[in-house]
Design a binder for this molecule. Structure first.
Ligand SMILES: Nc1ncnc2c1ncn2[C@@H]1O[C@H](COP(=O)(O)OP(=O)(O)O)[C@@H](O)[C@H]1O
Ligand SMILES: [Mg+2]
Length: 509
């Protein structure tokens, strides 16, 4: 590519963390004014590359050119002075500060001190948020906001500083589809102003829609860079995982039984209304719905996080009351929940993988009031092996793991607890293709061995390809139930958008 036209040029860039080579001899050009996707499995080195380009860390080897000039990025401030702004994957928001204060972090744009300029800044930020069509109160504390809104602030903050180069590290993994469209509009607008953007995502749809060029990293190495349209979808997946994948989804198991392990009878709970549901042993029962259709209330009710206003819950045909997750976890009940936001709900991030995994079953490892550490570690090691999680997960903090591996730890926890019913709520969100594949295999294996899974995913193809039956929810109610070969993306989408309700309502009305 023409040297002049490069916003960024990476020359043999390498980054080593002790024994780990996170980025290995990466040479690639990022064309100025283009949107450049960076793809790769978890652990491929994407975030490390972003950190190198943000001046957060300095490379062990190699060099970086910014707009044709070789630079040594000494600090984030230095990178910012060259026009590089970043929305980091691990968000950098301070929860106890207001949105306004976070917008000014880590430092206010220069010259901004004193009350007057703060007022001025506030007006600027308000105007910026308006331009971004981001409706948010600047005075609310960030901790009160959900993850999606926090992510949007992280993006808005990077855009606020008038970047010439904008790095977006997995900005969409926590966003709803309408927020993704919002980001798409922002990316298009910045691009039309000549901003160069690096965009990291695990979703091909976004890459196809937003990006011009696509680079793939694998094990820290640069594998390919081409215009997006020059790849086929399968090629991208194969280049990412480094092997041909004959099938992304495992064969559906045929071992479902007629034993109903968990049932809801006419349950209304939160925004879920009159839900009838029967989960069989050996079955993956899919729930499909657009955002906020009551699906989370169904899951929370099955885990004792929420009590029904009406109706009953049955376990093995007998009525059961789940007042709290402790009731659901109990060995004779055996329910495990993998929630949507594993970072705050599923894991204790500053605890080791071992501690996280053995948490619900700690009393099994307790003898005479003390924890039998050896037994605990052995049992966890066996489970980690089964889910193909590296041994170092035993002692490393959960925070140091990639999203996919964090999710595996959450699942390890329930396998260790010998759960027989798993409630999986959007478990593959933000996870790379390789690990997704492993999770699918794990799910198939779990039901093949007599478990049962209630499964919701925002990715309709997952629900369609993994589930034996699918309940489609719309506005709190189950609007359609699809079975076997009737399960298709089209049918699911029709019902999820409420199209199947048109007739009955028209009749009633
Ligand atoms: N601070 C660190 N210390 C040790 N290893 C690290 C550190 N940061 C990243 N790694 C390792 O480097 C590799 C690449 O990580 P990362 O760049 O975060 O990948 P990606 O963003 O593509 O998922 C992984 O094996 C990860 O465990
Ligand atoms: Mg990353």
């Amino acid at each position: 590519m023409d040297h002049e036209a490069c916003a960024l040029r990476l020359n043999g860039l390498s980054m080593r963390f002790g024994p780990v080579i996170a980025v290995s001899d990466v040479t690639l050009d990022v064309r100025q004014g283009h949107v450049h996707a960076l793809l790769g499995e978890n652990g491929a080195g994407k975030s490390t590359t972003v950190k190198l380009l943000s001046g957060l860390i300095t490379p062990t080897n190699g060099s970086i050119e910014v707009f044709g000039k070789p630079v040594v990025l000494r600090s984030p401030l230095h990178a910012q002075s060259l026009g590089i702004q970043t929305a980091f994957q691990e968000m950098t928001m301070l929860p106890d500060l207001s949105v306004m204060d976070n917008m000014l972090l880590p430092h206010a744009p220069s010259g901004a001190t004193g009350m007057l300029s703060r007022r001025k800044l506030r007006r600027q930020i308000e105007q910026h948020m308006d331009e971004l069509e981001f409706d948010i109160s600047l005075d609310v504390l960030v901790r009160e906001l959900n993850l999606a809104v926090q992510q949007k602030i992280e993006i808005a903050r990077a855009a606020f500083r008038k970047p010439r180069i904008l790095l977006l590290d997995e900005p969409t993994s926590t966003l709803s589809s309408s927020d993704v469209e919002w980001l798409g509009r922002i990316i298009a607008r910045l691009k039309s102003c000549g901003v160069t953007i690096i965009f990291i995502s695990h979703r091909m749809k976004e890459v196809n829609e937003f990006c011009d060029d696509l680079s793939i990293l694998r094990n820290g190495k640069h594998i390919a860079t081409r215009p997006v349209h020059e790849y086929t979808h399968n090629e991208v997946v194969e280049l990412i995982v480094g092997r041909s994948i004959s099938q992304v989804f495992p064969q559906k198991t045929v071992d479902q039984t007629s034993d109903v392990v968990l049932a809801m009878e006419n349950v209304s709970s939160g925004s879920a209304c009159n839900i009838d549901l029967q989960l069989h042993r050996g079955e993956i029962l899919g729930i499909a719905a657009l955002q906020g259709m009551g699906q989370l209330d169904v899951f929370e009710t099955c885990f004792g996080l929420r009590q029904p206003q009406q109706g009953r819950l049955l376990l093995d045909g007998k009525e059961i009351t789940l007042l709290s997750p402790e009731d659901a976890i109990r060995t004779n009940v055996g329910i495990g929940f993998v929630p949507e936001d594993r970072k705050t709900e599923g894991l204790l991030l500053n605890q080791s993988g071992l501690k996280n995994a053995s948490l619900p079953v700690l009393r099994n490892f307790t003898r005479w009031g003390a924890i039998d550490g050896q037994n605990e570690a052995n049992s966890a090691a066996a489970v980690f092996k089964r889910i193909n999680l590296h041994e170092r997960a035993i002692w490393m903090d959960a925070s140091s793991f990639s999203g996919g591996n964090q999710q595996k730890i959450v699942i390890a926890k329930w396998l260790l607890a010998r759960s027989r019913i798993l409630l999986l709520f959007d478990p593959t969100r933000g996870i790379d293709v390789g690990t997704k594949h492993e999770l699918y295999e794990l799910m198939a294996d779990f039901v093949r061995h007599g478990g049962a899974i209630l499964f919701y995913s925002t990715e309709i193809p997952e629900v369609v390809n993994m589930s034996h039956r699918v309940h489609v929810m719309y506005k709190g109610r189950v609007r359609a139930t699809l079975d076997g070969s009737a399960i298709s993306e089209t049918r699911v989408m029709e019902s999820a958008m409420g199209q199947s309700e048109v007739l009955p309502e028209a009749v009633n009305g």
